[in-house]
Design a protein around this ligand. Structure first.
Ligand SMILES: N[C@@H](CCC(=O)N[C@@H](CS)C(=O)NCC(=O)O)C(=O)O
Length: 243
């Protein structure tokens, strides 16, 4: 059986990595049997998760994994999707993966409100060495996010980027049930993975605060969660509180 190597559930989501959650959503929506396995990311071929192992093949990078699955097992999630729609979906995915992602990493790992929560969630089981490993990992993440460019902005500017991204997601979804239209398509694996990681984890950030105020995004998140992650229902279904 195909193995999905991942970080594992944290903060109420099946995986706090949007890339892992994207691939896991794909496997489930495309009805491909898989075994989820918690791994050590330091041993990953590209130093990142997710990884897929299918027999003697190991594939790294969520999109290469999905491309491999489509080539090997068919492409059920793009049936009826035109080339123009595929191009729009491609650019939407790139926006989330190449900018929204880095603002999310900045808030989770580098903002003073969250970094200790992240440390305790991921490194506390390691005891004292965990604190040191956290510092090393955080230093590497700081370098990566600075290299990307997001960390060169002020927090106010980052907040503005996040708000614009969430507003755009709301507008793109509009009154449709899915980003793919009437049914979930390949693009919904990415959009859901990001939106779930905005809404569910109780980590202080504009992601949490803005997305939790959006009936459109909450309804989408719950619709996808019920459809794909019914086994995580207790933590994934988000009940909006009236304020
Ligand atoms: N382009 C990759 C990105 C994967 C990625 O950035 N994974 C992060 C978690 S969200 C990771 O494993 N980071 C570990 C590290 O950088 O040390 C994909 O689509 O799979």
């Amino acid at each position: 059986m195909i193995k999905l190597i991942k970080f594992g559930a944290h903060f109420g989501v099946p995986d706090p990595s949007p890339f892992v959650l994207k691939l896991e959503t794909y496997l489930r929506l495309a009805k491909i049997d898989y075994a989820p396995i918690k791994g050590d990311v330091r041993k990953a071929p590209k130093g990142k998760f997710p990884i897929l192992i299918d027999g003697d093949k190991t594939i790294a990078d969520s999109q290469f994994c999905i491309d491999y699955l489509k080539e090997t097992y068919g492409d059920p999630l793009n049936e009826g999707v035109s080339s123009l729609e595929k191009a729009h979906h491609h650019m939407l995915r790139l926006g989330l993966e190449n900018e929204t992602y880095f603002t999310m990493v900045a808030y989770r790992w580098l903002h003073e409100n969250n970094s200790l929560t992240i440390r305790d969630a991921f490194f506390s089981k390691m005891g004292l060495p965990g604190k040191l490993i956290f510092k090393i990992v955080r230093k590497k993440i700081r370098r990566d996010v600075m290299g990307h460019g997001v960390l060169r902005h002020s927090w106010e500017e980052i907040d503005q980027l996040i708000k614009t991204d969430i507003d755009a997601l709301e507008t793109l979804l509009g009154d449709d049930p899915f980003f793919g239209g009437h049914e979930p398509k390949e693009i919904d694996c990415t959009t859901f993975a990001f939106i779930a990681n905005m809404i569910v984890p109780d980590l202080a950030s504009p992601f949490r605060d803005i997305s939790r105020q959006s009936p459109t995004l909450i309804a989408y998140h719950n619709r996808m969660s019920e459809m794909v992650f019914a086994d995580y229902k207790s933590s994934m279904i988000f009940e909006a509180k009236s304020s």
